[in-house]
Design a protein around this ligand. Structure first.
Ligand code: G3P
Length: 217
């Protein structure tokens, strides 16, 4: 499973990249705003900065919600750097835009996906990635992991090439369960990625190894 980090924070992106297990970055307008990145020029420069830190795909989201606007904005974003993936919302014009970009060889990430029907449409439109938001479903008393399972089944039935990018991942067990179910990618915060390191028996075992080594020397 690929690991993407879901942030626009450059320090956290650098830290994740330095671990050597990072495959890409996802951002969205809320994450950009959280870092105080506002104004078109700053936003564009920030995407370029992120691409220069990581080796993999970097999702950059369009703000337009009409087909012409999404095509114009998406083409501009895609021209910034070869690693840019154009992030398109799951709306009617978004489906048309996904098809346009797919026909023109530009990678896309279909965002704000909350049902397997939406995921099926995104795959038919040729999306490179589909982003089901599992944490936000959990927030609404609906099991987000069930949706990943359903989409996996649907995509496998027809060998769709669209990669399932589990988004809105909040904690380590989301990551582990996504891996068990067969999500192609997960995007989550640095805390969830680093949380995978933790086990008290590892800490206890290491302390014992080091103290025994000291005794023997
Ligand atoms: O980037 C999309 C998604 O991962 C957002 O997550 O935590 O705001 O629901 P969250």
């Amino acid at each position: 499973m690929k690991f993407f980090i879901d942030t626009a924070n450059l320090d956290q992106i650098r830290e994740a990249q330095s671990l050597g297990v990072l495959d890409g970055v996802t951002t969205n307008p809320s994450l950009m705003a959280k870092e105080g990145i506002t104004g078109q020029n700053n936003i564009i420069q920030h995407y370029i900065d992120i691409c220069e830190i990581v080796d993999g795909d970097v999702s950059a989201e369009v703000i337009a919600v009409d087909f012409d606007g999404m095509v114009k904005e998406g083409n501009n974003l895609a021209s910034l750097h070869p690693q840019i993936v154009v992030k398109i919302p799951m709306i009617e014009d978004g489906i048309k835009a996904l098809k346009y970009f797919s026909d023109n060889g530009i990678k896309t990430n279909c965002t704000l996906v909350f049902s397997s029907g939406q995921a099926l449409l995104a795959a038919k439109a040729g999306a490179s990635y589909v982003s089901p938001f599992i944490g936000r479903l959990d927030d609404n008393s609906t099991d987000g992991l069930n949706l990943i399972e359903e989409i996996r089944l649907v995509y496998d039935n027809y060998a769709y090439q669209t990669e399932i990018l589990a988004a809105s991942v909040r904690h380590t067990m989301h990551i582990v369960n996504c891996a068990k179910i067969g999500a192609d990618v997960m995007t989550g915060p640095l805390s969830a990625i680093k949380g995978l390191l933790n086990h008290p028996l590892t800490d206890i075992g290491l302390a014992k190894f080091l103290s025994d080594h000291k005794k023997g020397n």
